[in-house]
Design a protein around this ligand. Structure first.
Ligand code: DHB
Ligand code: MG
Length: 219
């Protein structure tokens, strides 16, 4: 097995199980045209988020890190009519691109984009909580802060998903100088020790290389 097989397998899985979608592909094209990095979740992971929303029956979703709105569209579709996604984006330019893509996908009325550093925005979010599912996918240095807010803005049973927990295996290095690794290791330790969470994690390989996702439920 090689990384090339990972990519080909992910492409096969996406073709077979996810298929093509004009609005999602247009959102990625708009994101690329605006110069944003292609660090959105993979198609199979976007669908995983949507399935987690549906499996948990989530109607109120909080996303930390909008980027171009790709994962936002996945989750906004999954909450259904009357559902709501609040998504926080630090970069106003990113938020504008995401806004257009989300509206073009036909789910604009379900999505509120809050512009600012999540550390500043999260304390203002009394409504429309409690959130039923929280997806944390922003600056990794702040992961423990975001998990704390996920627990505070959630309820017993809230699903918490934390992206990028593998980082090509760099996560095993306790002496890493990479601030993203440091922040993610701290988040995983929090998920393992903080009594507010019950969590596990899955390594993933595919078009995004070798990484992973942690999935938790709030106690
Ligand atoms: C990075 C961030 C992400 O959210 C991701 O999915 C992949 C990479 C990054 O900042 O390197
Ligand atoms: Mg990510």
């Amino acid at each position: 097995p090689t990384p090339a097989n990972w990519r080909a397998t992910d492409d096969f899985l996406a073709e077979t199980l996810v298929g093509h979608d004009g609005a999602l592909e247009a959102a990625l094209a708009a994101q690329a045209a605006a110069g944003m990095p292609a660090i959105e979740v993979a198609p199979v992971s976007g669908k995983l988020l949507a399935l987690l929303v549906r499996i948990s029956g989530a109607r109120r979703v909080l996303e930390i890190g909008t980027l171009g709105g790709y994962s936002t569209i996945w989750m906004a579709r999954a909450v259904g009519h009357g559902g709501r996604v609040v998504t926080i984006e630090a970069e106003p330019g990113n938020a504008a691109v995401a806004r257009a893509s989300i509206d073009a996908a036909g789910v604009g009325e379900r999505v509120e984009i809050l512009i600012g550093r999540a550390a500043d925005v999260l304390p203002t979010l009394a409504d429309p909580g409690p959130f039923d599912l929280v997806f944390v996918d922003a600056d990794k240095e702040s992961n423990t802060l975001y998990l704390d807010w996920a627990a505070r803005l959630g309820r017993s049973g809230t699903v918490v998903v934390l992206d990028n927990i593998g980082r090509a295996g760099d996560i095993v290095d306790p002496d890493s100088a990479d601030s993203m690794v440091v922040g993610t290791r701290a988040a995983l330790e929090m998920l393992g020790t903080d009594p507010r969470f019950d969590a596990t994690a899955l390594q993933t390989v595919g078009i995004k290389g070798w990484d992973g996702v942690a999935i938790a439920v709030v106690a």
